[in-house]
Design a protein around this ligand. Sequence first.
Ligand code: GLU
Length: 448
Amino acid sequence: MSSSETNPFKIAQSQLDNVADRLELKKGIHLFLRTPRRELSVNFPVRMDNGEIKVFQGYRVQHNMARGPCKGGIRYHWNVSLDEVRALAMWMTWKCAVVNIPYGGAKGGIICNPKEMSQAELERMTRRFTTEISIIIGPEKDIPAPDVYTNAQTMAWIMDTYSSIKGYSVPGVVTGKPIHVGGSLGRNEATARGCMFTIREALKHFDLKVIPPEQWRKECSEEELDKDICDGDEGTGYKLNKATVAIQGFGNAGSISAALLSAKGAKIIAVSDSKGGVANKEGLDIPKLIEHKSKTGSVIGFEGANDDLGPKQVLEFEADVLVPAALENQITDENADNIKAKIVAEAANGPTTPEADRILHEKNIFLIPDILANAGGVTVSYFEWVQGLQQFFWSERDVNVQLREIMTKAFHEVLQISEKEKVDMRTAAYMVAVKRVADAIEHRGIFP
Ligand code: GLU
């Protein structure tokens, strides 16, 4: 693979290849895991608001189901391709395995520009796509969820369409649903909350700008302690002591990471979205910035900032922590050398190319890989699915406590392998995940 390769599927395959020898993976199992188990490509017509009929192309790819039903989001984006969906599906398999939840990996996508479509058009496209892929999804088979430019409303349409086909309500067919139709408290914030927990464990590991819980409890108010309990910390969590953070992307993962990290005591000093970026060395007021973005559609022009940045400049900002929370291939061989953060936490899927990985590792930058850093979303999806199957719903506090336990345990399992095997955190996470999947395949055996 060339050092400037940006095909996400080739990158995903090379990441697997990188651990196959270390794990002494059998050749057949390695080859089986290199390609998706099942791929569905659909072309379908949608009536647009002006009466015209447009044909859209979409995919649902199931990478592996050895550990349980397939799980993974559906994205709407103009750059969706079959290879991108294949890579994202493979990453879901590893993500579910690294946090040890009983799922395999899948992903879906439609090539479209959701920014230029009305709600009615989005609804018709979603419902027709659901019908097309209904032959392979289902609560015991493959469970979609939100991803880039899809949300709880999209999931409600999928759930309703699938239920109409079946003739009864099937809430377990998707996760990330609105609360009123069986969604879970805490699901919307889960990717960011999980990411925050891993960042905090990394800061603790380096003893970098953290305040121990005993000290914090002496200083905090009743109200802060109550909030901490609902956050899943139970008054026992470390606080961040003005650790500085730069965030690329201000969608679900980026904006909520900013809010949660700043509530824990971090200083968010630079933020960008697809239109541009803003910075303030004293720290941006995140609730106000979120309000500004929801009013104007972008972070640019925010009053509380004293610097304007290009969307990619944020990556090179001098900060303790960098959170790429946008799309793939943002940190490449072209800019990796300019990254100044001490910790990189990949809230996005696939933001760093393998060549950039090598450069960051050489520069001693501690990278928390996507399959670990952003696994909070699918973890609470799992909680939502379990709650739906049991028809028994948890409090937000219970969701967050369970999420914290799973994320911190996974972080330390990966860290331990990384120290023992003297490998970077991505390699360590792959070693944990791929081994779990390979063991499941070995135990189930090859049929017939
Ligand atoms: N799309 C999210 C991810 O990439 C969530 C997937 C899910 O909850 O199934 O992890």
